[in-house]
Design a protein around this ligand. Structure first.
Ligand SMILES: Nc1ncnc2c1ncn2[C@@H]1O[C@H](COP(=O)(O)OP(=O)(O)OP(=O)(O)O)[C@@H](O)[C@H]1O
Ligand SMILES: [Mg+2]
Length: 316
């Protein structure tokens, strides 16, 4: 079966701290704390592993933080990260149980050099075998050229690798110039890309179709609770969960889980609608667990029958 790989240029460490009642100037004990090695492509890899598939993680990791990423390795999830000097950035989430409010503190991490970028590109190239699927996810770290994803996609395409891009800003706008096989902006990212608001299903589907017309075979636009609109050469489809989820634990990484479901489906050669159903089920399954990308496969099986898939834009 095709090899699945993810590329995370801007890895992160997520530190979650829960306190009973936050107060400035006090010494507080955390009632709960957890630390996750993550970043968009790492989350995608965890969500691929959650589905029982094998995946290889590529990307940058700070020399002082690389052990946390090595610790993710299992029989199914392997890593071959490009180590750069410094530390991977930390994202702190402080949860106050009394008020239910969350405060986010972001710290800066490594910057990459031209040589670092060349090494990551070579690493991707060395793993790029024909028929493989690579998912390039997330933001670019400081120091990386804005067109870095365009270069990576070009290298992959030349080697017969299927490319899936989930990025925003210049990572997305310049990345699509290399015609990745699939992209997954959320609605806001698509609006920012096109510089216009997309107020309804029809306008989103038409915008997605336009990108298909420019040579991107599959365009998935995720819309949180409204599910996902997918456009292909010959159709546009909408898929969503038919009832609101019972209890949401965390919304972070739903897009990554959606991408992981689509990638596993592509690897299995599932048809477009079945693939979208699996992707949306994985996106929703991610709502029920605290760690982005980690969910129970049984949860996906429960949810999948609750996913509605509808044709849209049949007249276009
Ligand atoms: N509240 C929700 N109820 C049901 N399904 C949801 C909900 N939130 C997310 N999903 C599912 O997850 C998918 C991806 O979510 P979303 O559109 O929030 O991605 P995103 O903005 O890229 O998220 P992230 O970048 O944090 O991973 C949706 O298409 C949907 O299938
Ligand atoms: Mg996203």
């Amino acid at each position: 079966m095709a090899k699945l790989m993810t590329v995370t240029a801007n890895t992160a460490i997520d530190l979650l701290l829960e306190v009973e009642s936050f107060a400035f100037g006090e010494t507080l004990s955390a009632s709960r704390s957890a630390e996750f090695a993550c970043g968009k492509g790492i989350n995608v890899a965890k969500a691929i592993e959650s589905q029982g598939s094998e995946v290889l993680c590529l990307g940058f990791a700070g020399a002082r933080s690389v052990d946390a990423f090595h610790a993710l390795q299992t029989e199914r999830l392997t890593t071959d990260l490009t180590v750069v000097s410094g530390k991977t950035r930390t994202n702190i989430t402080l949860h106050d149980s009394a008020s239910g409010r969350e405060t986010h503190i972001r710290t800066a991490g490594f910057s990459v050099t031209e040589d670092d970028c060349r090494r990551l590109c070579e690493s991707v190239e060395s793993h790029a075998e024909p028929g493989a699927i690579v998912i390039i996810s997330g933001s670019l770290p400081p120091g990386a050229p804005n067109d870095f994803y365009r270069s990576l996609i070009k290298v992959c395409r030349e080697r017969g690798v299927t490319t899936f891009l989930d990025a925003s800003d210049s990572g997305l706008s310049l990345g699509i110039e290399a015609k990745p096989d699939a992209i997954k902006p959320n609605q806001q990212e698509l609006e920012a890309l096109l510089g216009k608001s997309l107020p309804d299903e029809r306008s989103i589907a038409e915008a997605a179709k336009e990108l298909v017309g420019q040579g991107i075979q599959r365009v998935y636009v995720s819309r949180g609770e409204h599910g996902c609109i997918a456009a292909y050469e010959n159709m546009a489809v909408s898929a969503y969960l038919n009832t609101a989820p019972e209890r949401i634990v965390s919304r972070v990484g739903c897009g990554d889980a959606l991408v992981a479901g689509l990638a596993v489906a592509a690897r299995q050669g599932l048809d477009a609608k079945t693939a979208l159903r699996l992707g949306v089920a994985c996106g929703s399954a991610n709502l029920f667990s605290p760690e982005p990308g980690r969910f129970e496969p049984t949860r996906v099986n429960e949810i999948i029958s609750r996913i509605v898939v509808e044709d849209i834009l049949t007249s276009v």
